[in-house]
Design a protein around this ligand. Structure first.
Ligand code: ATP
Length: 246
């Protein structure tokens, strides 16, 4: 369900504390349907914590989060059916093939065998792994594992894909391939929130971004608007300006 203003993810005054440490300190943002929204910021800024809360994996300390009209605390089951989450360090199984892995997930999500096998074929195409999809996953490179994981996340056609550093640790070819898949997914109506350290990547992918620093959002807008406002040539430069000048 969309909010009156068209937002499908609404985060209001979100706070998360771990003991005395405040990881997320009262952040608010909204994401519209079909949008790729980026959370960027340095290590420890609170990006993963925010994504895990939206994915219903971690309860917030305070604030409200709604995903397609569902409250993350009251309607977590409903949310889990419409989202898909890619963890920063998502592992893979060693002794099954990529295709078997995708098939197991598809059978959990899809009711009919036909739907499941169509989804697997589509995901194999997405992954770009070709015949290697039949090899044991222990033989895959880091990039191949990430491609299988992205294919797994998008295969279930989530209304919201939550991607924690989707291209971390990948070479330019693998990273570009994955960016292409994410972009296409959003062009087909999917909504995406992702985190990244790579500000250039975010600038290329995202319609809007939020720069996070020490649990706060220091600025959020379209990449071009942020750059214009701060007189910066790229987002990296903008981020440094906004953090160092307060
Ligand atoms: P990175 O870019 O390094 O992945 P991040 O922006 O995703 O960083 P988070 O992982 O959200 O940052 O961490 C925010 C803060 O919360 C950090 O100080 C981190 O140490 C702390 N933190 C995260 N998870 C826990 C936890 N389970 N218990 C205690 N502290 C935590």
């Amino acid at each position: 369900m969309k909010e009156a203003n068209g937002a499908v993810v609404v985060v209001k005054n979100l706070v998360k504390r771990f003991g005395t440490l405040t990881a997320v300190d009262g952040i608010s943002f909204e994401i519209n349907e079909g949008e790729i929204f980026g959370l960027i910021g340095p290590n420890g800024a609170g990006k993963t914590t925010t994504l895990r809360i939206i994915a219903t994996l971690l309860p917030p300390t305070g604030g409200d989060v709604k995903v397609f009209g569902n409250d993350i605390l009251k309607d977590a089951d409903k949310i889990r059916r419409i989202i898909s989450y890619l963890a920063e360090e998502a592992g893979t199984y060693r002794n099954i093939s990529g295709k078997e892995y995708l098939s197991i997930i598809a059978r959990i999500y899809f009711e009919s065998e036909k739907e499941a096998s169509e989804a697997v074929e589509e995901a194999i195409e997405f992954s770009g792994l070709g015949d290697r999809v039949n090899d044991m996953m222990k033989t895959y490179s880091k990039g191949m594992k990430r491609r299988i994981q992205i294919a797994r996340v998008l295969m279930t056609k989530p209304k919201l894909a939550i991607l924690d550093e989707p291209t971390a640790g990948l070479d330019v070819f693998h990273a570009q391939y994955i960016r292409g898949i994410i972009k296409k997914y959003a062009e087909n109506g999917g909504t995406v929130i992702l985190s990244s350290h790579n500000m250039l990547e975010v600038e290329y992918l995202c319609s809007r971004v939020a720069l996070m620093h020490q649990g706060h959002i220091v600025i959020q807008d379209k990449p071009q608007t942020i750059k214009n406002r701060l007189g910066a040539s790229n987002l990296e430069d903008a981020f440094i300006r906004v953090v160092t000048t307060g």
